[in-house]
Design a protein around this ligand. Structure first.
Ligand code: NA7
Length: 289
């Protein structure tokens, strides 16, 4: 029998993920800080809870996917938080991108309540979330992962068990560091060819026919050439992730010089921007309006 599922965080990623759970026939209870963001899903049959605590009390498997570490702390802890309602024997799956240390802290509180925990951040963007083709990077017990595989399958196409609590977050931060640097590298190369009087499209054509070919650039190059930065993965979240990667590197004593330099570009553009733009907006660092 399908477990009852709770879902907390209906942002760009959470909404399509929750919609796929509904489509797959799960009994779904939702909470989002901005209440109206749950309206469409409630109209399709999901139940609305008043607090994250109530979501947990109603669910055998609880998913969270919120912006950043403070947002996760605020939905998990406190009088109305998930831990105030988490059921013995249930599984809490956090798909936000946060620090491995926070994942381990959440896992130990869940264990004290007789519940299981997985850190399971995702990759695939809003496009992957809509298609149900996300990839989950999982930290925690293999047995716990087995218990929720069917539920993950309603939202994603693959999952990797990467090690103990926090391992999913560690790999996610490493992955996003690569994506952040790739877009930075392309933006620098684009600035160079444009100043050299060559069309950006020509750079893309050659690059994508070469060993340097990248799936990410297939998606980001058209946005960067047209200056259309509708958010798929917002700059503010990439900026956060590069910061989390640098914090982790600091804790582990690993130098990340290129990541540190790249984050400065992201910081400068984030500081100057007023709207919620995609992270490919860093191209504007070289192409001032
Ligand atoms: P979005 O679209 O920015 O959505 C963020 C979600 O987090 C959204 O539901 C927010 O609620 C919620 N949020 C943010 N701050 C809080 C606090 N303080 N308390 C409760 N809820 C909060 O992000 P994405 O969906 O693209 O990404 C989510 C995660 O996956 C993130 O870690 C990425 O790096 C990967 P709101 O609707 O604003 O009230």
């Amino acid at each position: 029998m399908k477990p009852s599922v709770g879902f907390i965080g209906l942002g760009l990623m959470g909404r399509p993920m929750a919609a796929n759970l509904l489509k797959a026939g799960y009994d779904l209870t939702l909470w989002n800080r901005t209440v109206s963001r749950a309206d469409a899903l409630v109209a399709q049959g999901a139940k609305r809870a008043a607090t994250p605590r109530d979501v947990a009390a109603a669910s055998e498997v609880v998913f969270t996917i919120v912006s950043d570490p403070p947002a996760l702390e605020s939905v998990l802890w406190g009088e109305t938080g998930v831990f105030a309602g988490l059921r013995r024997g249930s599984v809490l799956v956090d798909s936000s991108t946060v620090s491995p240390a926070l994942a381990r802290r959440a896992a130990s509180v869940a264990a004290l309540q007789g519940a299981e925990f997985l850190d399971a951040p995702v990759t695939g963007g809003t496009w992957g979330a809509e298609k149900g083709e996300l990839v989950f990077m999982v930290g925690g017990e293999a047995e716990t992962l087995k218990r929720v595989e069917l539920v993950l399958g309603a939202m994603g196409k693959r999952w990797f068990h990467l090690g103990p609590y926090g391992a999913g977050q560690t790999v996610k931060l490493a992955m996003n560091l690569i994506l952040g640097l790739q877009v930075e590298a392309f933006a620098e190369a684009l600035a160079l060819v444009l100043r050299g009087g060559i069309a950006g499209e020509q750079l893309v054509e050659v690059l994508q026919s070469s060993m340097g070919r990248s799936g990410l650039i297939d998606i980001k190059a058209p946005m960067m050439l047209k200056g259309n930065y509708t958010p798929s993965f917002p700059l503010r979240l990439m900026h956060k992730d590069l910061g989390l990667a640098l914090d982790l590197a600091n804790q582990l004593g690993v130098p990340l010089p290129a990541t540190a330099a790249t984050r400065e570009t992201y910081s400068a553009v984030k500081g100057a921007g007023k709207e919620d733009a995609d992270f490919s907006v860093i191209a504007s660092f070289w192409r001032k309006p």
